[in-house]
Write a new protein. Structure first.
Length: 233
């Protein structure tokens, strides 16, 4: 398992203080990605022995209650399942952030009860996915369909979308219809677009949508989700 970096204090796992671990490598090339340094691999890696020693100390002391594994794309790591099991042995709640491109790994993680919370990024409407992600996988859309349905069977999950400035309400309607095909989703989160340190510098020229515009999108998405939240809006 490779860990490129970590954020030592976080509430990314709702109501459970902890840490975020960032893994290297991603099979997507989203122009708005603000972790471009992780896409092709790390310039350095954390020592796992020291990492677990530190986590155990903070978990035993009641300081940490959770770990979020983000990236990059965690499910590309072949030994992710084994790594997560070690985290669980420390008594930590584990959250996985994923792009949904590896439904087989997701199924293993969720079926074995190794993960407590999963968040899947919905990058774009289904018909625009390959354009937005620059992913060459010919089976990508089918894999995303599988991941959505796998995740919706899990007790604690969310889908989330970064509000790219050129997305319109129809784009979000399409997203809503897609992810709610088998029923309303538990939680859908809208994230404000951050125009700094983007993979594609052209995105840094875009003006984020206003709070009012995001509020209107959030209202629209209530047709497709039991709960809709806005981050950074």
């Amino acid at each position: 398992m490779k860990i490129a970096s970590r954020q030592e204090t976080s509430i990314d796992y709702p109501k459970k203080f902890g840490q975020i671990l960032f893994v290297p490598k991603c099979n997507f090339r989203c122009g708005f990605c603000h972790n471009p340094d992780l896409i092709n691999g790390p310039t350095s890696e954390l020592n796992l022995e020291l990492l677990f020693k530190d986590l155990k100390t903070k978990a035993d002391g009641g300081w940490y209650r959770s770990i979020c594994i983000s990236g990059g794309e965690p499910t590309l790591q072949e030994d992710l399942l084994e790594f997560v099991k070690k985290l669980k042995q420390l008594g930590l709640n584990v959250k996985i952030d994923t792009n949904g491109s590896n439904p087989e790994m997701l199924h293993k993680l969720l079926d074995e009860g190794s993960v407590d919370y999963v968040a899947m990024d919905i990058k774009a409407p289904r018909q625009k996915y390959k354009e937005i992600t620059n992913c060459k996988d010919i089976d990508l859309l089918e894999k995303l369909d599988k991941s959505i349905e796998i995740i919706k069977k899990f007790p604690v999950y969310e889908f989330r979308t970064t509000v790219i400035p050129f997305f319109n309400k129809q784009d979000f309607e399409e997203i809503g219809k897609w992810i709610s095909k088998s029923g309303a989703v538990r939680l859908y989160t809208l994230q404000q677009f951050v125009r700094k340190k983007c993979l594609d510098k052209e995105f840094e020229k875009l003006k984020p949508k206003t709070k009012q515009e995001i509020k209107e999108i959030a209202e629209l998405m209530k047709k497709y989700a039991d709960d809709v939240r806005v981050l950074g809006g």
